[in-house]
Design a protein around this ligand. Structure first.
Ligand SMILES: Nc1ncnc2c1ncn2[C@@H]1O[C@H](COP(=O)(O)OP(=O)(O)OP(=O)(O)O)[C@@H](O)[C@H]1O
Ligand code: NI
Length: 259
């Protein structure tokens, strides 16, 4: 794959007159692993929701997002998959997870019950859930946070989206589990040829995973470039401050420590 999957031009999003994103221009190369970093409230989630077509209807949107590789408007859950910090919130607690994992694929690909069941089992295998057959009939509360995040990732990729977005998807997990989820995302992106948008506060994590880094500050994209370049010679003083502030975070953490 080559060329741009996405071209964002002059994208502004505001809520009741307050800007969450301001005139963002960004190309996302097909196959890229883009980390979006920035402090709380800088617009990271708003950017992800914009790309996924999931902004609340009352949000005011200006500018455009083009998908040059797609010959139709992108479909939410079909062309984009989104994984959030709290996977339990994306699942219904009283429906077996197996019925929920392939729901997007059922809807978008028109799969019957049996095919959806097959797909769900394959997906759970792909995200390395032990005993996928048994997991299909289990409920949310029966899984650990890390396992549930794997299942959420399985659901996000069920319809084979071109773009997978992880919004602080590892922030609530301890360091070891966090690393295993990052490894899973890398594996899936590589094998499926997906493009990854990885949203994080954690610059150390971003620099390990991403080939490209975008830095948001108060809704403005202040910097974007190859990871090495952004880390070694950031163009914007704000990025430099973020880098300096993260020096402590790059020290080894205790195993099992919550982040
Ligand atoms: N639905 C909404 N209604 C009103 N304001 C909103 C809404 N969604 C986001 N905002 C505001 O837009 C700004 C950007 O929010 P956003 O959630 O995109 O930031 P973020 O970088 O994801 O932050 P965090 O790291 O805390 O998740 C914030 O000021 C936020 O309060
Ligand atoms: Ni957010």
């Amino acid at each position: 794959m080559s060329g741009n999957l996405l071209e964002i031009r002059g994208l502004s999003v505001s809520h009741a007159g307050a800007f969450a994103l301001r005139a963002v221009d960004l190309d996302i190369h097909a196959g890229a692993k883009l980390a979006v970093i920035g402090e709380s409230g800088s617009g990271k989630t708003t950017l992800a929701l914009s790309l996924a077509g999931l902004l609340p209807p009352e949000a005011l949107v200006e500018g455009r997002v083009d998908w040059p590789g797609l010959d139709r408007a992108p479909l939410t859950g079909r062309d984009t998959g989104l994984v959030f910090q709290d996977p339990a919130a994306s699942f219904n607690p009283v429906i077996p997870v197996g019925e929920q994992v392939a729901e997007g694929a059922r809807r978008h690909l028109g799969l019957g019950r049996k095919a959806a069941h097959e797909l769900a089992r394959n997906l759970l295998e792909r995200v390395h859930i032990p005993d996928p057959e048994a997991a299909l009939t289990a409920y949310v509360h029966q899984f650990s946070g890390g396992q549930l995040q794997r299942i959420a990732i399985a659901a996000a990729i069920a319809a084979r989206p071109r773009l997978l977005m992880a919004d602080e998807a590892t922030s609530a997990l301890d360091t070891v589990v966090q690393a295993s989820i990052v490894a899973l995302l890398e594996e899936l992106v590589r094998e499926e040829g997906m493009t990854l948008v990885f949203i994080t506060h954690d610059l150390a994590l971003a620099s390990n995973l991403a080939d490209t880094i975008a830095v948001l500050k108060d809704g403005i994209l202040v910097e974007t470039g190859p990871t090495d370049q952004v880390l070694v010679s950031p163009a914007h003083p704000y990025t430099r401050r973020l880098l300096d502030a993260q020096i402590d975070l790059s020290a080894p953490r205790l195993v099992g420590e919550a982040c």
